[in-house]
Design a protein around this ligand. Structure first.
Ligand code: C5P
Length: 405
């Protein structure tokens, strides 16, 4: 757990600035000290008295105020965390270029604290290659990007560009302040990729899983000091260094590998897309066209449910995490399906992927909800698969930095 933090909340000039009040309030209620650095544009959308009342501190806007106390660097130097919400396209460009002609630019440059930004703008501006290049630059420097969400924008427009909800921003920001190596000593088994069920020496039944989310989980866990066994079915990506890698192309091989590794695991995360069925018969030679006339009927037998088996035989101190890719069009329906699956599988957590909404297979981003035993919503996370991986690890290890009231 992280104690009380010095949080700088940067607010820039977008209509979503009014929602920054919710961000400040959550930090203050959770016991953190908040300094607001607002651009002139921000103050056109939200009043200084509101920000001062909620943050319980004076609002800083001017570069040439407080010069005697060297405020242009002092605020950044004292920060444990900088959160910019909303971050306009303009501010994102300025941060990417390292500009320092206003107080917020100086504060960010003078700080070594984690920086978290919540972009908010119209869809065209968000999707513009200039903005996307700036976001990629910031990400490459370790800046955490939360959202944007998709939904109603200013005016009649809707689409990606809406600022994430304050609660999501605050949780992601607190997660960015993790102590290094917080998972040292934790033994995690992760399955990843899509299984392939052989039909004959050259053919298989497979699925579209790229393994990216499972590999991102392994990468994040290793970076945080965990000792990781990665049980890999078919992967489209290279597994990270530093893991014990076990190859398990089919469901049967995956079951054996997981069973072998489970005894020494504190946490088992079943991110692999495991085939529910396999061919009843695997031919020794290639099936020839016309072997059985004009039609070919494949008889399939069910694979064991590895996750349910693990959950049923887990030690009380083990945490078992399942994944579910659901295509439900509405969130309520998705959660209902997730809760039913969690109950059926008997695992401790279920990570529900919003497949077919604005996310899908083989992408570098993901949107998930994590349900805890009993069906409680433990986490909603959206971002790069690595960011989502860290949030999932926080949720399943209980290493969420600080409670948010
Ligand atoms: O039931 P469904 O296939 O949607 O469940 C997905 C979860 O169950 C994933 O965590 C997957 O790794 C796991 N699973 C399993 N054994 C199977 C099928 C799925 O462990 N035969």
């Amino acid at each position: 757990m992280t104690g009380s933090l010095n949080v700088v909340v940067g607010i820039t000039g977008g209509i979503a600035a009014y929602k920054a009040v919710g961000v400040i309030r959550s930090f203050v209620l959770a016991g953190h000290r908040v300094q607001v650095v607002a651009t002139q544009g921000a103050l056109r959308f939200v009043g200084r008295p509101t920000l001062e009342a909620i943050s319980r501190n004076p609002v800083h806007t001017e570069l040439y105020e407080g010069v005697a106390e060297v405020r242009h660097v002092a605020i950044g130097q004292a920060a444990d965390l900088i959160v910019i919400a909303p971050a306009t396209a303009n501010t994102i460009a300025r941060l990417a270029s390292g500009l320092a002609d206003d107080l917020l630019g100086n504060t960010v440059l003078a700080s070594t604290a984690p920086v978290v930004i919540a972009p908010a703008m119209h869809t065209e501006m968000w999707q513009n290659p200039a903005t996307q290049a700036n976001i990629a630059t910031l990400r490459s420097r370790g800046v955490t990007v939360v959202g944007p969400a998709s939904g109603q924008l200013t005016g009649t427009d809707s689409g990606p560009g809406r600022m994430e909800e304050p609660e999501t921003i605050v949780q992601a920001a607190l997660a960015a302040v993790r102590p290094a190596g917080d998972l040292t000593g934790t033994r995690i088994v992760i399955t990843a990729g899509g299984t392939r069920e052989a039909l004959d020496p050259v053919r298989f039944l497979g699925n579209r899983s790229s393994g990216k989310q499972g590999v991102a989980l392994a990468t994040a866990a290793v970076r945080r000091g965990a000792s990781v066994t990665l049980i890999a079915s078919h992967l489209d990506v290279t597994p990270p260094d530093g893991v014990t890698l076990v190859s398990a192309p089919s469901a049967t091989e995956l079951q054996h590998a997981v069973t072998d590794a489970a005894g020494a695991a504190d946490i088992i995360i079943m991110a692999a897309a495991v085939s529910d069925y396999r061919p009843a018969e695997v031919r020794d030679t290639k099936i020839k066209k016309g072997d059985t006339g004009n039609e070919l009927t494949l008889r399939l037998v069910q694979n064991p449910d590895i996750l349910a088996g693990l959950a049923a035989s887990a030690r009380p101190d083990q945490v078992i995490v399942g994944f579910a890719a659901e295509t439900a069009p509405a969130e309520d329906e998705l959660l209902a399906l997730g809760r039913a699956k969690l109950e059926r599988k008997g695992c401790d957590f279920l990570v529900v992927n919003r497949v077919g909404w604005n996310e899908g297979f083989a992408l570098d981003t993901n949107t998930v909800v994590v349900l805890a035993r009993g069906g409680k919503l433990a986490l909603e996370a959206s971002g790069s698969k690595l960011e989502v991986a860290d949030r999932i690890l926080d949720a399943v290890t209980g290493h969420v930095p600080a409670p948010v009231a």
